[in-house]
Design a protein around this ligand. Sequence first.
Ligand code: CTP
Ligand code: MG
Length: 377
Amino acid sequence: MARLAVLIVAAGKGERAGTELPKQYEPLAGQPMLRRTVRAFDGLPVQVVIGPGQEELAARALAGLDLPRPVPGGATRQESVRRGLDALANDPPDFVLIHDAARPLISRKTINDVVAALEAGADGALPMVAAADTLRRRGDDGRWTIVPRENLYRAQTPQGFVYAKIAAAHHAHAAQDVTDDVALAELAGLKVEMVEGEEKNIKVTRKEDFALAQSLIGAGDVRTATGYDVHKFTDGDHIWLCGLKVPHSHGLEGHSDADVGLHAITDALLGCIGEGDIGQHFPPTDERWRGAASWKFLDHAAALVRDKGGVINHVDVTLICERPKVGPHRDAMKARVAEILKIDVSRVSVKATTTEGLGFTGRREGIAAQAIATVKL
Ligand code: CTP
Ligand code: MG
């Protein structure tokens, strides 16, 4: 098996995008663009090249990924690539894929096709897409002419090469300005082949490209699940409801603090990630949980969601009881749930209803709660 390395160049300033941070560090569908790009190569050894002063941004964007320390790039893309190639020289791979951090939508298929072309013997390979629009060129005199689009292609990355050959080409032609690595390879007389690229492998260049990339990424893996819980009234002078201590003519019976609202939300979150139910994580037979504060259960479920890379989009709970009245506590309950889940309060909803005197809730024998959660994985 040939040894492969991936060089991701992320040392640009992103001037055309004009975003707050250099574009490669801007969030794209919840993750820094650079992180998405690096993750597209999961399982392959990746070396990232970053700009001067971007060390902290890069560390944050790449936190938790198993990568060597990013190496500093240069004033031009070409220079950044050359420095990245130099960083690989100690332990040179057979093949190197050179990819723009600004192309986060690169697919496994394109990566594999480029590698396959190298394995078949090409010195270099790049993905290209045929020009589909009619192309027009404006002459110096201001007149437009149509450029026949037959045989016109757009070059993308990753561009793959035999490492030793592209490294030599970069050093031999460092003085010539080129826009990509294939151009350099061709100056050096290397044999470069094209593979079929994909339209969606856009280079995020202008601000509006973020919205386009976002829509191409799509909604992702969105999960919803419900939770339901009931606790019985008993003697007492307060109950715990959605994380708040609410004065009441009765208490609620339970092994923990019997907070039905938090229990229902906890089960809904566990349901979104297929992690069983609250009883499985906190068995009522376990003395550790006697009288436990239920926010701990909810906090645990939220941590499990985060561990799986999930983001809580929304939780909604309906409390079903004749008394106590929920309305006066609603805002405080929402704030408390949001605080436990570490999400914005706008993503939390607390509702209540009576059952018109019908059933066990109508007879004031207990409180029921049902919840629904939406999680994006
Ligand atoms: N790049 C680099 N070093 C440079 C310039 C660019 O590593 N000196 C990287 C960019 O970070 C990007 C890729 O090369 O991932 C393609 O460049 P481009 O899309 O032009 O990005 P920027 O140069 O950052 O953007 P702009 O030209 O708008 O400033
Ligand atoms: Mg540039």
